[in-house]
Structure formats: structure tokens, C-alpha cells
Design a protein around this ligand. Structure first.
Ligand code: HPA
Length: 271
């Protein structure tokens, strides 16, 4: 466990002026629009942050944004580290631990995901109520660092019931349809075969994606309440599967992200 590195990065960011963040936000693929709602105090490229994993070409916009939304100090990650890019699980959650030690008390996560539940359509938003971790690893493997959290963290309420209630109320107020369901992970980067989509449904999934769960595990370990919303970008019907077009996935995400932005802004105002 790289506690010293985490603390060093925290000190660096404090010296830069990130002093009182309340809410951390992870913006998923194609979901950077929320950043435009931040009254920005400070933007730091990931590559300028010591110990941050080095970004890959795919993540050209890796930035930490500090500022205000609805009067609250937020710290947003524009771009996340995916396991399929070759980062270790520990690297993928490094920024979550840093944000917690900087002082955030809530974490809001977004992602793009495929709809396994065929009652849900592309462009829909889905509140993640629970998850099934199918990654071959997780960020807590290895020696535990008691300063961060306990050896055997409880996962009976992985997503904060309170934040989920705020999300539902905000969705109602803003007349945004908010589906709910279980998110299952796929290691990626390839998408799934028809047989794999069938399996993911049997396993209990309503949506599938390649991120989020490591971050949620690290958040629970470190005592950070969190919530997560998927933007459903494609419909995973094993009996009628069309080739996935990543450009289309990103386009669907970009269109739906206006709703996501509204939802998160409303949520932040309630926290
Ligand atoms: N599978 C895995 N991850 C995804 C998908 C999918 O169908 N769509 C968006 N992210």
C-alpha cells in the first residue's frame, strides 16, 4: 500500500490551493460536460500531479478541476484510470484515496454502460443500487493499510441510501427518467459476446461496464459515502446483437450527459 505516495500527493494538492473540497466527482467516458457547471478555481493536468498514474493516449483530457457548484466546493476528475488500460487496481483508485484525504465526504461517480436489462434503452440514466464485481482483481488485495480502512470492509450498503434518495428526488423534480439496477463489471477492453451478455443477465446485471466498481470498493474501504449513475449507451440484446460502434457510444453518452449534469447539479445542491 502506497500510503506515503498518497500523502505526498495530498500535500502537493493542498499547496496548490485545494483546501476544502466537500464533494468528489468522477466523470466517465463522454461525460465531461458537468465540468462546464463548475465555477472553477483551479485546473491541474494529471501529468502535473506527483504520483498520479501516467495517462495513456486514450485519456487526453485527464484533469483535476476544483471549484464550486451550487455553493459547494467540488473536486472533479475529468477522465479516470481504467484497469483495461493496464493500470493496477491500486493505481485506478489512487485518486479516490487522495480526494478522501483532501477532505471530501461524498463521492459521485458516472460511467457509460451497456443495457443488459432490455426494458432500459440507450440514452437512459440508471442509478446503480448494487454491483457484482467480475474483475479478476480488486484494489484491496495485498497488505491492508489500517490508516485507510479495515481489513474486511463491510459492503452491505455499497451505495449510500441517503445519496440515492437525493438522486431520486432530484430526478423527480427535474422530470428526468432514472432507472435503477445492478451494475456488473467486464474487464474489457473488448465488448461482450452474445453468450457473455446472457451470462451477465443471469448473474443479476441490469447494466455492464468496465469501471466504477474498484472506485466504489476503495470508497467503502476508506469510509467515503458514494453513489453512481450509468448512462446507458447501447442495448445488449444477445439475440439481436449489432456490432458496437464506439463513436456511437460516445455520441449517445454526450447527448444523455445533459440529463446527467442536471441530475448531479441537483444532487450537489441537496448534499
Ligand atoms: N459492455 C461493456 N462496457 C460497456 C458497454 C458494453 O456493452 N457499453 C458501454 N460500456
Amino acid at each position: 500500500m502506497n500510503l506515503e505516495q498518497i500523502k505526498h500527493t495530498v500535500e502537493f494538492l493542498k499547496l496548490k490551493g485545494i483546501l476544502e473540497p466537500e464533494i468528489g466527482i468522477v466523470l466517465g467516458t463522454g461525460l465531461g460536460n458537468l465540468a462546464t457547471k463548475i465555477e472553477t478555481n483551479l485546473v491541474i493536468d494529471y501529468e502535473d500531479i506527483p504520483n498520479f498514474p501516467v495517462s495513456t493516449v486514450e485519456m487526453h483530457k485527464g484533469k483535476l478541476i476544483y471549484g464550486k457548484i451550487g455553493g459547494k466546493q467540488v473536486l472533479a476528475m475529468q477522465g479516470r484510470f481504467h484497469y483495461y488500460e493496464g493500470y493496477s487496481m491500486e493505481e485506478t483508485v489512487f485518486p479516490i484515496r487522495v480526494m478522501k484525504l483532501l477532505g471530501i465526504t461524498s463521492l459521485l461517480i458516472s460511467n457509460a454502460a451497456g443495457a443488459i436489462n432490455l426494458a432500459y434503452k440507450k440514452g437512459d440514466l440508471m442509478l446503480i443500487k448494487d454491483h457484482v464485481n467480475l474483475f479478476p482483481a480488486n484494489p484491496l488485495l495485498g497488505q491492508n493499510e489500517p490508516e485507510l480502512g479495515t481489513r474486511f470492509p463491510d459492503m452491505s450498503e455499497p451505495y449510500s441510501l441517503q445519496l440515492n434518495d437525493y438522486l431520486r428526488t432530484t430526478a423527480q423534480e427535474k422530470e428526468i427518467t432514472l432507472r435503477e439496477g445492478v451494475y456488473v463489471t467486464a474487464q474489457g477492453p473488448m465488448l461482450e459476446t452474445p453468450a457473455e451478455y446472457r451470462m451477465l443477465k443471469i448473474v443479476g446485471g441490469d447494466a455492464v461496464g468496465m469501471s466504477t466498481v474498484p472506485e466504489v470498493i476503495a470508497a467503502n474501504h476508506i469510509g467515503l459515502r458514494c453513489c453512481a449513475v450509468s448512462v446507458l449507451t447501447d442495448e445488449c440484446d444477445p439475440d439481436n446483437l449489432k456490432p458496437v460502434d464506439i463513436a456511437e457510444i460516445i455520441e449517445v453518452a454526450s447527448k444523455a450527459e445533459l440529463k446527467l449534469t442536471d441530475l448531479f447539479v441537483g444532487l450537489i445542491e441537496k448534499i
